[in-house]
Design a protein around this ligand. Structure first.
Ligand code: ADP
Length: 701
């Protein structure tokens, strides 16, 4: 009875707003019922009350309990909420799909659809917010960029930090900045006079750790011991999940090929288990996902016609929006969905209808290889806590089953928790952001986990080498500009180098950096031999002997110059049209950003194509300035050795420089890949004396 009363009293007020078209209102009313069944729904009032009393709330609740979608809606009509609510996400996919969902639930337009849209999102190279945006989903990186322009976060009434358990470097920085800001507001030493409400949300986090962390911030201010103060400032809320039992199966023997093992189990489930009950498979990345998708489709064709159908749906970060949205659509009749996902489906995106989980036990994680001074993505075993999260995905709506593609003995050897990114990653971007925000003493920044001094030092040195810091360790003008550009510090340095009058090749370099920044591959990976030849032939007029970067430039310029039919041009050249559209969008945004930093004039912006005969020396030496550590020289035995550290790297087979008979004396590369050996990917040939010159400038030797 009480629950019914709650439901009645807590529904959103019916909209009297005649501007909202009926189809949106209808959808909103339909969705209200589903929202009311979410575990978080009965917590709406307590959450509101706590935030009226205190400025900080630590909210924990199982994935799928409704935190990300409901909390902003609970807060939107609170008396203190006069401005926008920001909700940060570690991934752009989640930011966009949550914004879309919340707009539907609120019966509002979304993003750029209308100036009246109340819900928007902001991710790198794509800002879809407007004058009426009240709820804004944004990636952690975007919030950090905003903090540089607006340190007091004046545009927001509340900042909701979601998915804190993922412990990305960016979330750790945000928590540190927020802790300082909230304490300053409390003390009255901030320029901001209005309170800022902060909600920290997490699926598994250690609540006390977070509470203590914020309490320490207040204690530092007041000189009081931390804990007795905590309750005065910080509220807690725990949303109990709804979890049905999930049975775990292990492989009896370690698997040699887990794509094949996954395939076997998918069909075993499909033959044995009645509908409904979708399958969610955790794999490491796009290549494995696409491989398994093809296998599932091939085998499904051979199934008996009477059998229910199988619908394979991939889910990974670089997948285009529409394709991602398909996983939320109801399963068609007489069909079983098989979702093939990266760890994005672990906590970030909740897929409805799943009853079976197949877990390969690995995920790709960023790992800083200090020996090489480079960061790379490596497939590593997940932690026990991640394996448990993955398993839990099978028991959200009914009892489920989880098939682990490893042995029980292997499970026992897994680490308890995933190591926070800040303890294992390259910190260059993070330190640059801190320095640009005026944090000079990075060693004393409030980190939830203090990164190793070694990696802090390494990052400081890199920034010195890039010219982002002055010799005394404070930020230089160049560093400030680099921090404001939405690219890594290395790429930022390259843009600034290209803008110098003696180089004067910024438009061309923007084209190259746009091509490097798209997540999709520009050149299709052609599989069959005959197609390979055709593709080589078709791409011949794009390939440049200087290497991949100038090849990208030629591709972007020819595409931009193509006026009649860009899609047909792409088909002819075996180039991905989707990737190129993305490149053009990034290029437009980078040109605007460079204009706002006064690196380009409005006249430059109107140029469709950059230049007909690019100054290749200027372009390559600009690239070298940023990628000064990513260089290698030709050794007498024909291999390449890096200048920093003297490690062997091979030119990746996807490079236009691969397999050259006459090798260049030195190379610069923008990607590094470590599989069975170390590969330089996206490579250009450069002159030795150029490398020596930038080395001198960067290292002072
Ligand atoms: P939490 O943040 O606690 O993990 P969410 O608020 O993300 O929970 O999800 C609540 C519910 O909303 C889930 O059942 C999920 O399936 C649904 N949902 C979330 N995003 C979308 C979307 N884009 N389309 C359809 N349903 C969605």
């Amino acid at each position: 009875k009480q629950r019914k009363k709650n439901l009645e009293s807590r529904g959103p007020p019916p909209s009297r707003n005649s501007h909202v078209p009926p189809h949106l209102v209808k959808k909103r009313d339909e969705l209200l019922q589903t929202r009311q069944t979410l575990p978080i729904w009965p917590h709406a009032d307590p959450i509101r009350e706590r935030l009226r009393k205190n400025n900080i709330l630590v909210l924990t609740g199982e994935t799928g309990s409704g935190k990300s979608t409901q909390v902003p809606q609970f807060l939107i009509s609170e008396p203190w909420c006069t401005k926008t609510i920001a909700i940060t996400q570690p991934r752009r996919v989640a930011a966009i799909s949550l914004a879309r969902r919340v707009a539907e639930e609120m019966g509002s337009y979304f993003g750029n659809q209308s100036p009246a849209a109340k819900v928007g999102y902001s991710v790198r190279f794509d800002n879809a917010t407007g004058p009426s945006t009240k709820v804004k989903f944004l990636t952690e990186g975007m919030l950090l960029q905003e903090v540089l322009r607006d340190p007091d976060m004046n545009q927001y009434s509340a900042v909701v930090v979601d998915e804190v358990h993922e412990r990305s470097v960016n979330v750790d920085l945000i928590l540190g900045f927020l802790r300082n800001l909230v304490a300053e507001i409390e003390k009255g030493s901030s320029r901001r006079k209005q309170p800022l409400k902060v909600v920290i949300m997490s699926a598994t986090a250690d609540v006390e750790g977070l509470v203590n962390f914020f309490a320490e911030g207040f204690a530092k201010n007041s000189g009081q011991p931390a804990l007795p103060e905590a309750d005065k400032f910080i509220s807690k809320c725990f949303v109990e999940g709804r979890q049905y039992p999930v049975k775990t199966h292990y492989l009896p023997q370690p698997s040699m090929d887990w794509v094949e093992s996954a395939l076997k189990i998918i069909f075993q489930i499909h033959y044995k288990e009645p509908l409904p009950g979708d399958i969610l498979v955790f794999l490491t990345g796009q290549d494995k996902i696409e491989g398994l998708e093809k296998l599932v489709n091939d085998y499904a064709e051979g199934m008996d016609k009477e059998m229910p159908k199988l619908l394979a749906l991939p889910l990974f970060a670089a997948l285009p929006q529409q394709a991602q949205q398909r996983i939320f659509q109801p399963t068609p009749r007489h069909t079983r969905k098989v979702i093939l996902a990266t760890n994005i489906a672990e906590t970030s995106v909740t897929v409805p209808g799943v009853q079976f989980v197949i877990d390969c036990g690995k995920s790709k994680i960023k790992q800083f290889r200090s020996r090489l001074g480079l960061e790379s993505l490596l497939a590593k075993s997940v932690s026990k806590s991640a394996a448990i999260q993955r398993k839990g995905r099978a028991g959200r709506e009914a009892p489920g089953q989880c098939y682990r593609l490893y042995t029980e003995a292997d499970y026992k050897t897994l680490e308890e928790r995933t190591t926070p990114e800040i303890l294992r990653c390259d910190l260059v971007q993070a330190i640059l952001t801190m320095k640009a925000r005026g944090v000079n003493d990075v060693l004393n920044f409030p980190f939830l986990d203090k990164p190793p001094v070694e990696s802090l030092k390494e990052a400081l040195f890199q920034l010195l080498r890039l010219g982002a810091l002055k010799a005394d360790g404070t930020i230089s003008d160049m560093g400030l500009q680099m921090a404001k550009l939405p690219v890594t510090p290395k790429l930022g340095r390259i843009l600034l180098e290209a803008a110098r009058p003696e180089k004067d090749c910024l438009l061309d370099v923007i084209d190259i950096i746009s091509a490097l920044s798209t997540e999709d591959s520009i050149f299709f990976n052609v599989v069959t031999e005959e197609k390979k030849e055709a593709a080589e032939e078709a791409r011949r007029d794009l390939y440049r002997r200087e290497g991949d970067h100038l090849t990208f430039l030629a591709t972007v310029q020819q595409y931009a110059d193509e006026e009649t039919d860009r899609r047909a041009w792409c088909d002819r050249h075996f180039v991905s049209h989707r990737a190129m559209q993305n490149v053009m969008n990034i290029r437009k945004q980078l040109r605007q950003q460079c204009q706002s930093l006064k690196l380009l004039t409005p006249a430059d912006l109107s140029k469709e194509s950059s230049s007909s005969s690019p100054n290749t020396d200027a372009i390559l030496t600009s690239l070298l300035r940023g990628f000064v550590s990513n260089t290698a020289r030709l050794a007498p035995d024909g291999s390449y050795k890096t200048f920093v550290g003297n490690h062997t790297v091979s030119v990746h087979p996807s490079s236009v420089l691969h397999g050259r008979k006459v090798k260049s004396e030195a190379i610069v590369f923008s990607e590094f890949l470590y599989t069975n050996k170390a590969y330089a990917k996206k490579v250009s040939a450069v002159q030795m004396n150029w490398v020596e010159d930038v080395m001198k400038e960067a290292f002072g030797i």
